[in-house]
Design a protein around this ligand. Structure first.
Ligand SMILES: Nc1ncnc2c1ncn2[C@@H]1O[C@H](COP(=O)(O)OP(=O)(O)OP(=O)(O)O)[C@@H](O)[C@H]1O
Ligand SMILES: [Mg+2]
Length: 374
């Protein structure tokens, strides 16, 4: 408080610090506590603790911050607060704004706080102490958790209804074929051709259901990426080996143009899956003698892998759907390839962009991180 305050104003300001609901502690430059307000006491049980402390160290007027809130001397989320305040706030005269630190309350329960610490500087610019404020953010955290749970339930129900819809189509076809078969049998109409046709519909639809379930399980599997720094050109070469014979049988040409790019931080098996899905989609879009060009390049601080085909392309209308679960324009497609690509890239902090022109071809670009984004 500046020298300009009268005695009664000083009282008023101190009273205000006492009255506010956020916990506040003021320390001097050697981290001795000059003031803690009522809210701080209520949260952290300071007075109780100091009573015991004073018995041991008689005559000490200002206790050290670490005996007022001992947790601040321990490492919490990688930070030892006593050290941080000493070094950053007092030593370098900088503020700390740290969200969501879990501190134990007087009753032993953990509670999330946003912690702000700021230097107190005198007229000569010298740091004479620090003010530390603890905002209780439990209400916000609880609200966020509720929203997250709601979103999860929502996406689960969306997923379940989409899957049910996909299963119902082949089931309807199966039940219709069985009905026709049983009518034929009842009427004694057992022509070989009609029977064979109904049975092949049954086999086809059962095969479709099987594929759907298999692909869906693959899609919904929990992803735990094992991220390592690696050369993406090597991963591409590895993927291309796996799909070499498929490319040859479809008579498509693959041109790999590896750029001089830094290492990326990703799970290599998951990248093989991403690239594999994009390769298969291009093979399907290309006609014989079509070309798929794969290029690696830098864009900002990301490595980009372009898959450029001169196949059938995607119309603007279709573009709205291609990443939707179960959207497929192919007879045998389950429409889970691109959604899986999205999930895999998301888990690896990457993303995908698409440019396409109907009848001309498409470019799918995979953007991958070269640094960790925390
Ligand atoms: N390179 C491409 N060129 C043209 N269309 C594409 C291309 N890639 C994807 N598509 C369109 O996007 C749709 C969805 O692709 P996705 O990989 O999700 O499913 P799918 O290939 O049809 O089936 P699945 O991958 O599950 O076997 C495809 O059916 C196709 O219409
Ligand atoms: Mg696909």
């Amino acid at each position: 408080m500046g020298g300009g305050y009268t005695g009664s104003e000083r009282k008023l300001v101190l009273g205000a610090l006492e009255a506010i609901e956020v916990a506040l502690i003021v320390v001097d430059s050697s981290l001795r506590v000059v003031l803690y307000n009522r809210a701080a006491d209520r949260y952290f049980g300071i007075q109780e603790r100091l009573k015991k402390e004073v018995k041991r160290k008689k005559g000490e007027r200002n206790p050290h911050l670490k005996s007022v809130i001992p947790q601040l001397e321990r490492e919490i989320n990688g930070t030892v607060w006593v050290e941080q305040i000493e070094k950053t706030v007092i030593g370098s005269s900088r503020r700390i704004l740290a969200p969501r630190f879990s501190l134990e309350l007087a009753n032993g329960i953990k509670n999330p706080f946003d912690i702000h610490a700021a230097p107190i500087v005198n007229e000569d610019g010298v740091v004479t102490g620090a003010v530390i404020v603890f905002y209780d953010v439990r209400p916000q955290v609880e609200l966020e958790e509720q929203l997250l749970l709601g979103a999860k339930a929502e996406s689960l129900s969306g997923l379940a209804s989409a899957l049910a819809h996909e299963i119902r189509n082949p089931l309807n076809a199966i039940s219709l074929s069985i009905q026709l078969l049983s009518e034929d049998i009842a009427k004694g109409r057992m022509e070989k051709e009609a029977l064979a046709e109904n049975i092949s519909v049954l086999q086809e639809e059962i095969g479709r259901l099987n594929r759907l379930i298999g692909d869906f399980l693959e899609y919904a599997r929990p992803l735990r990426p094992l991220r390592r720094f690696l050369n993406i050109n090597d991963v591409l070469t590895r993927t291309l080996k796996l799909y070499k014979s498929e490319a040859e049988s479809k008579k498509v040409r693959i041109v790999l143009q590896p750029g001089d790019v830094p290492q990326v931080l990703v799970d290599d098996d998951q990248m093989v899956q991403v690239f594999g899905n994009l390769l298969k989609n291009s093979f399907d879009a290309l006609s014989e003698n079509g070309t798929l060009e794969i290029t690696t390049r830098m864009e900002g601080d990301r490595v980009v892998v372009d898959f450029k085909d001169n196949g059938k392309g995607i119309s603007e209308e279709e573009m709205k759907n291609i990443f939707n679960l179960f959207y497929s324009s192919k007879k045998g497609g389950t429409g889970l390839g691109l959604p899986l690509v999205l999930r895999l890239l998301d888990a690896n902090q990457g993303y995908i962009t698409v440019h396409s022109k109907k009848g001309r071809g498409s470019v799918f670009s995979v953007h991958l991180p070269t640094k960790i984004a925390l």
